[in-house]
Design a protein around this ligand. Sequence first.
Ligand SMILES: [Fe+2]
Length: 270
Amino acid sequence: MPPQAKDDPDLETFIDPPIHLVQLSDFHLLDDPLERLESGIAPEVRLEQVLAEVLAEGRPDLLLVTGDLTHRGSQSAYDRVAGHLASLGTPWYAIPGNHDDPHAMRRRFGGELMPEMIQAGSWRILLVDSTVAGEPSGRLSPHAEARIEEALTRDPAPPTLIALHHPPLATGTAWLDAIGLANPELLMRHLSPARGIRGVLSGHLHQDFERVSRGIVYYGCPSTAMQFLQGTPRPATDTGRGGWRSFSLHPTGRIESRIHWVDFSDEVLR
Ligand SMILES: [Fe+2]
């Protein structure tokens, strides 16, 4: 089948430049900036290095943080996250993960940094809080489902991304799949390219993940702190690198995306 005209890359030379979006995820900052995670790594030092690398590659148009900004949801950690991200000088937005305290996050960041929708050029991004208090797994709430349906009904045409912490697809790592989105069917029934949905962005995996299903691309994102090994039955970590994901969102609806890694293998763990 020939490509649709709106997806023709040749057309892109005549219209607006793409939006440069950076997805960051799973910082797991602790209460004390010098404290280390059980794996021996210092997550705040790694976040600072990753942010420096992001800037070195060119300031993005916007940053999206897909949850687990903190390890235990402390107010002091959110204060420091806000400071680190503000230092980049680019608009940023966040959704909570299972390690976060969504109420503490909203108290610190407010609705401006945690909106339900972002408009970026001709693109829109729907931000969904998939957390369930006290649970590692996630769930799409009736409220979130209603907001997605409302957004898609009101304005069905523009290219759209959905961002939520918990991935709605099984990814092949059994213990992570067991704590993914518990009711993916509720989300999936709204996802159609015909309604503008182009991609779904998640955190939680601490892995590079990308899969196309029914015309929609599902993206996982590395953690800035440490990665979970893929395909293992029980949690196993790779402490040797951190990373992020970048997107070029073209006004035609085309997405280019790739993973960026930062090598931490020389770091001494304690
Ligand atoms: Fe995480």
